[in-house]
Design a protein around this ligand. Structure first.
Ligand SMILES: *Cc1c(COP(=O)(O)O)cnc(C)c1O
Length: 395
């Protein structure tokens, strides 16, 4: 069956007892054991709950993996997956991972004796060159945040396989609708379901899917042992969001494409990052490994002053940390998602002070463009910016 069908029938199975049209919320922390010698499938809700299980089955099916897991947040999923590694292990990590992932790796995991090397994963050979005798894993995010660099997933997974490494992919930006890393050779896929999968800016959640059962058993042991599970009410909200994932992304992606092309032609914009633009360096790989370009784009207006002026003037998008929602969201990576990253690291990754990220929602695209137009048309001139700032932003 095709995605549009599977996305619905994985999440709205009838409750066999009542015929209810959505999965019931089993608001129960423990389950009666009628026979001590033959315990039921569920015993204690950290270990398993039917509502959570329904969501875990749904995401595993959509990603094409054996086992799914629902966590309290994207970061809970990410940190739990990293618990598969041990002291002394080394992991090669894409340099422009989510800011919270960067913070967790450099400030928490480093204290546990697990070391990482950040590389530009869009350069496949840089990943190979970073492998050490103690390397056990490769961690990727593609397209990356916020400059949308594309990693060749098949090529990097091949390197992983040759070296016996666990390849983990954060698939938050594209979701299984557009990209299924397990089919390209990855071992684990992670989501911040707070974003497109939940889709309504009303729930914080994380998901993970393993390619095989053995790895699934290991991750289950960690999920149960660490306990960062998603509560049942939030599991239900994520399933509610998941049902409209395709419908929402079809519209939001079309909107992002139109806005990206429009921004590219606007004189106040110095650069647009969107994998759907033919001149994006990752365009061809993206077309080969994903079925869409997604709803997130970034653009540079040249300076912090001009970015601030734009944020002050736009009326429709909400200005917020986050992405992947029904409403268009504008964010300022230098001070929001990547605030945890030291300034010089940010500069190296192209996260300039003029960079703005846009996640397209479901508003009318012409209304959004009119709003962006009135804001961009009235920005202070680029020439008025301090020369050093200008040089920096255009570098
Ligand atoms: C938001 C985000 C995360 C973290 O997820 P939370 O649900 O906020 O904990 C991880 N990766 C990416 C790409 C994200 O956008």
């Amino acid at each position: 069956m095709n995605f549009a069908t599977r996305v619905l029938h994985g999440t709205s199975c009838f409750d066999p007892a009542t015929g209810a049209s959505s999965v019931p919320i089993y608001q129960a922390s423990t389950f009666h054991q009628a026979d001590l010698d033959q315990p039921g499938k569920f015993d204690y809700a950290r270990s398993g709950n039917p509502t959570r299980e329904a969501l875990e089955h749904a995401i595993a099916g959509l990603e094409g993996g054996e086992r799914g897991f629902a966590f309290a947040s994207g970061m809970a999923a990410i940190s739990s997956v990293f618990m598969l590694f041990s002291a002394g292990d080394h992991v090669v990590v894409a340099e422009d991972v989510y800011g919270g992932t960067f913070r967790f790796l450099t400030k928490v995991l480093s204290r546990m004796g697990i070391t990482v090397t950040f590389v530009d994963a869009s350069q496949t050979e840089a990943v190979r060159a970073a492998i050490q005798p103690t390397t056990k894993g490769i961690y990727l995010e593609t397209p990356s945040n916020p400059t949308l660099k594309v990693t060749d997933l098949s090529a990097v997974c091949q390197i992983g396989k040759e070296n016996g490494l666990l390849v983990i992919v954060d698939n938050t930006f594209l979701t299984p609708y557009y990209q299924r890393p397990l089919e390209l050779g990855a071992d684990i896929v992670i989501h911040s379901a707070t974003k497109f999968i939940g889709g309504h800016s009303d729930v914080v959640a994380g998901l993970a899917v393993t390619r095989d059962t053995a790895l699934g058993e290991q991750l289950y042991f960690i999920q149960n042992g660490m306990g960062a599970i998603l509560g049942v009410q939030d599991c239900w909200l994520v399933m509610r969001g998941l049902k409209t994932l395709k419908a929402r992304l079809d519209i939001s992606t079309r909107t992002a494409e139109k806005i990206a092309h429009w921004l590219q032609a606007h004189p106040a914009v110095t650069r647009v990052y969107y994998t759907g633009l033919a001149d994006h360096p990752g365009h061809e790989i993206q077309e080969a490994q994903a079925s869409g370009h997604g709803a997130v784009l970034s653009f540079d207006v040249g300076s912090r002053e001009r970015a601030k002026a734009l944020f002050d003037r736009v009326k429709l998008p909400i200005v917020a940390v986050s992405l992947g929602a029904v409403e268009t969201i504008l964010s300022y990576p230098a001070a929001m998602s990547h605030a945890a990253m030291p300034a010089e690291e940010r500069a190296q990754r192209g996260i300039t002070d003029g960079l703005i990220r846009l996640s397209a929602g479901l508003e009318d695209v012409d209304d959004l463009i009119l709003d962006l137009q009135q804001a961009l048309d009235s920005l202070p001139s680029l020439e008025a910016a301090a020369p050093s700032e200008k040089a920096f932003s255009r570098a």
